[in-house]
Design a protein around this ligand. Structure first.
Ligand SMILES: [Zn+2]
Length: 153
């Protein structure tokens, strides 16, 4: 089978940050990498899950709501995929920075996690953990620029 493009990125030299993964027509995929590959600790699943709920909610309630296509976790628990359309790279970076800074201090009910009807595993959440990981990620992304989106060859 054909090796998909994201498996061709050299994971041994990758550092945490925001990267441009792929462009499919109008749809642009960004990799939000919070953990250096193969260097534990990885995002614990409850943290990954809570960040997923919060980021998706904030993105879909932002001024770019109509341009957000998808936000979801990487199976390796080192970060997230963020798919958008019709946004400048700088706007995407600014949105990611804003949302992570909000997650870092979020102290309210986790959206979409109140009961079993709302989520596939509504008890598996960790809000303090999500805050902690978001706060730890902020210094890495706060000076991110469109020039830094490109993966090293
Ligand atoms: Zn859920």
């Amino acid at each position: 089978m054909k090796k998909i493009a994201s498996f061709c990125v050299n994971h041994d030299t990758l550092l945490p940050g925001i990267y441009l993964s792929r462009v499919d027509g109008d749809v642009v995929t960004y990799d939000i990498r919070m953990v250096k590959p193969n260097c534990p600790p990885y995002l614990p699943n409850p943290v990954l899950h809570t960040i997923e709920h919060l980021f998706a909610t904030f993105a879909r309630n932002s001024s770019f709501a109509d341009q957000v296509i998808y936000f979801g976790p990487m199976g390796c628990r080192t970060g997230f995929y963020f798919l958008v359309t019709g946004m400048e790279h700088g706007e995407v970076i600014a949105l990611i920075q804003e949302i992570f800074s909000r997650i870092a201090v979020f102290d309210d009910t986790i959206p979409g996690a109140a009961c079993s009807a709302e989520c596939g595993n509504y008890l598996e959440h960790d809000l303090p953990g999500a805050r902690e990981w978001a706060a730890k990620f902020m210094p890495i992304i706060e000076s991110w620029t469109p020039e830094k989106l490109k993966y090293a060859e």
